[in-house]
Design a protein around this ligand. Structure first.
Ligand code: BGC
Length: 710
């Protein structure tokens, strides 16, 4: 039978109450009181009777594969219909094997890394009975104060979109649901990363231009790659909460993008429109939700308790409910749940596959690619016999999984003390310099180098964890400076979920941004420090010099009074007390190899609609070290109807170079790459001059001019 017919058959046999139930997602604690599931968010009194709970369509989070089996069975035994539950969960950067946090995965500048991490996460999740993961987060952010930058891919629209696309491909195995893959739900639609002041959940007030140009394309790319669901954001846009925003859910998602993806509210968000002041009560919230195009609510019961009366009083058509439930059932069919409600779940195999050697090896490989070397005066890599004093809050820690790793256990991980064993002459977790005894100070002095671990604990970033001050916490700058006074050499490892202020620790002999690199963080850092691996990460967000520079991003618009270095004209766009540039720019990151760029040229000069421009550059590894380079191509559209950014990343290629190897790298640009969105969301392409830049960061590149004549 054709899917449409099957769906109609199923819907025909359901009551209105049962159908509306499908549009609600509940946490497992409603059914299993001692559930091991970790739910983020306070649960209100949902006012649901027992019968209602056996109408819910999906579950948010689940404690274990056994729990999933128990709950599915309980549900099917008690439900008055035959539609199985669908299980969704926050698998963000790994299930049990934990990969680098998304901002770190983005630093790999390697889409294959994100794809493979997602692929492995899908395999582990699938066996545990999870059908849908709430990832990737496509929210672009230019504000490092926002705690959730850790869950995203940084400040750039291209990088964010390509990373999200790769993760969708990995989770779904290119759309092959129901084998060892999972469906995915992108989030948070839309503009959540633009919360004012970087304060989580705060108001978003974006221009349509910025929305179309910077914020929306990543969600679109992820949908085109095969994401089946879209989670709405907590914020307002144009004063309307995203969860009931018809512009986002209808005009953009359904009409402009022609997407049939299911929309799901973020946790309790449909209820929260009342607190926003956008609905007077749950009846109005339900009506606004359904009218705007919200399909499923999460952890609230507005639809379950209010929608039926709205249908009965003809304010909502039952056909609309049928259409939504049809798409929910379609996904359940795609996931094979009607044939086997326990599809995938396998407690024995889950134990065998999760944290397998293969998965952990990849956790290490991805971690190696995600660390970013920011400074190095030649101290790194260490020689085998280097005597190291290891200090700072992370020296004995195993807490490198980072936020959103509820299934990741720290005891799987090693500490830096454990992996550096052989080289260590001294280890201390003390964070106050004055607490060191004379003997300890002597040991630090005598070591060849002091390896100082600094940064933010995992709980300082993530949802609801914004900071107004992004300097290193707990006087760590002073701690570093005191050690620097006595140590022969200092190397600083910074952990954290956001760009931090590193002006002071920049003075170390070497500085590495380690984010939270997951299950194999310490092993990866060891290999990088000892030269068994070569750093190749690049920054996906600008690191500001101070908080006052925020928002600071590489693809800004030129002003009519742009500051140029050396100019004496005071009437230009600048600060009196700080440079315009960030401390470390987007795309920046060092290697132990030395890559030289030369001979940038256009292989084909003319560009037509169905053809591409071919740009090529020679890159030579002028060192005896094997290394990877993330080659970046930016464009600038000099003149257009609206002002265009001074640079826009359009292509990235991560390439491996043998010692002293030289390669010609080619990029193609087509009409789409040179086009831009206007404030009505129309894609435009205008004749004229473009600058094409190819280099190792957004500030270091070779360039050439191209004139477009359509
Ligand atoms: C977060 C989402 C998450 C959901 C379910 C919310 O608080 O904003 O990103 O998927 O909870 O746990």
């Amino acid at each position: 039978m054709k899917t449409d017919k099957i769906i109609n058959e199923i819907i025909k046999n359901m009551t209105l109450t049962e159908k509306i139930g499908q549009m609600t997602q509940l946490p497992p604690t409603i059914y299993i009181h001692d559930s091991e599931a970790v739910i983020y968010g306070a649960l209100r009194n949902l006012n649901l009777d027992r019968l209602q709970t056996f109408n819910a369509g999906s579950i948010l989070g689940i404690g274990s594969p056994k729990e999933m089996i128990k709950l599915q069975k309980l549900y099917l035994d008690n439900a008055t219909h035959k539609v199985p539950l669908m299980f969704m969960a926050d698998v963000i950067h790994g299930y049990k094997t934990i990969f680098p946090v998304p901002i770190a995965l983005a630093s790999s500048f390697n889409f294959d890394v994100a794809r493979k991490a997602a692929r492995i996460s899908a395999k582990e999740s699938y066996l545990s009975g999870i059908h849908v993961v709430f990832s990737p987060m496509c929210d672009l952010s230019r504000d490092p104060r926002w705690g959730r930058v850790v869950e995203g891919f940084g400040e750039d629209v291209y990088l964010t979109g390509e990373m999200a696309k790769a993760m969708v491909e990995g989770y779904t195995n290119y759309g092959k649901l129901g084998e060892d893959s999972v469906a995915c739900c992108i989030k948070h639609f839309a503009g959540y990363g633009a919360a004012e002041g970087g304060r989580d959940y705060n108001t978003v007030d974006l221009s349509r231009l910025s929305l179309y140009r910077d914020y929306l394309p990543a969600y679109k790319k992820a949908l085109d790659a095969g994401a089946d669901l879209v989670m709405t954001a907590f914020n307002t846009l144009d004063g309307v909460p995203a969860v009931i925003n018809p512009f986002l859910l209808k005009d953009v998602l359904r009409d402009a993008w022609q997407s049939k993806a299911l929309t799901i509210a973020d946790y309790d968000a449909l209820n929260q429109v009342i607190e926003h002041g956008a609905a007077k009560d749950q009846v109005e919230a339900a009506l606004k939700g359904i009218k705007a195009g919200l399909d499923i609510e999460m952890a609230s019961s507005v639809y379950m308790n209010k929608l039926e009366n709205l249908v009965k009083s003809n304010q909502v058509f039952e056909s609309q409910i049928d259409e939504i439930v049809g798409r929910i059932i379609e996904l359940k069919i795609k996931l094979n749940l009607f044939e086997n409600p326990y599809s995938g779940v396998n407690p024995e195999k889950e134990k065998e596959v999760c944290l397998s050697e293969e998965h952990l090896n990849y956790a290490k490989e991805s971690a190696i690619e995600s660390a970013v070397l920011l400074e190095n005066n030649g101290i790194l890599p260490f020689k085998q016999n280097t005597k190291i004093a290891l200090v700072g809050p992370f020296s004995k820690s195993r807490a490198f999984n980072g936020p959103w790793s509820w299934k990741g256990k720290d005891d799987v991980n090693s500490s830096l003390e454990e992996v550096f064993q052989e080289q260590l002459k001294f280890v201390s977790e003390k964070t106050n310099f004055n607490d060191f005894t004379d003997d300890e100070l002597l040991q630090i002095k005598n070591a060849d180098v002091c390896l100082i671990t600094l940064g933010e604990e995992p709980h300082l970033s993530g949802e609801a964890h914004s900071r107004s001050d992004i300097s290193l916490p707990n006087n760590q700058d002073e701690f570093f400076e005191s050690i620097k006074q006595i140590a022969k050499k200092t190397v600083v490892l910074v952990f954290g979920g956001r760009p931090l202020l590193l002006n002071r620790v920049k003075k170390a002999d070497a500085l590495m941004m380690c984010w939270f690199l997951g299950s194999k963080s310490s092993e990866a850092i060891y290999d990088l420090c000892m030269g068994k691996a070569n750093p190749s990460g690049k920054l996906p967000m600008s690191f500001p010099r101070n908080v006052g520079q925020i928002p600071i991003y590489y693809n800004y618009l030129n002003t009519g009074r742009a500051y140029t270095e050396g100019s004496r004209n005071p009437f230009v766009s600048k600060y009196l007390d700080v440079e315009n540039t960030p401390l470390y720019p987007f795309g920046y990151g060092l290697s132990y190899a030395n890559f030289k760029y030369s001979d940038l040229s256009l292989l084909k000069n003319d560009l037509t609609e169905n053809d591409s421009l071919v740009i090529s550059v020679t890159i030579t590894n002028e060192s005896n070290t094997l290394g990877m380079e993330a080659v970046q191509l930016y464009i600038r559209d000099y003149v257009a109807d609206i002002v265009r950014p001074v640079k826009e990343l359009k292509k990235v290629k991560k390439v491996l170079f043998k010692p002293n190897e030289s390669k010609r790298i080619e990029f193609e640009l087509n009409y789409n790459d040179l086009s831009y969105f206007d404030s009505e969301g129309k894609l435009k392409l205008e004749n004229g001059d473009f600058l094409i830049m190819v280099g190792c960061s957004s500030e270091e590149y070779l360039s050439l001019n191209f004139n477009l004549k359509k």
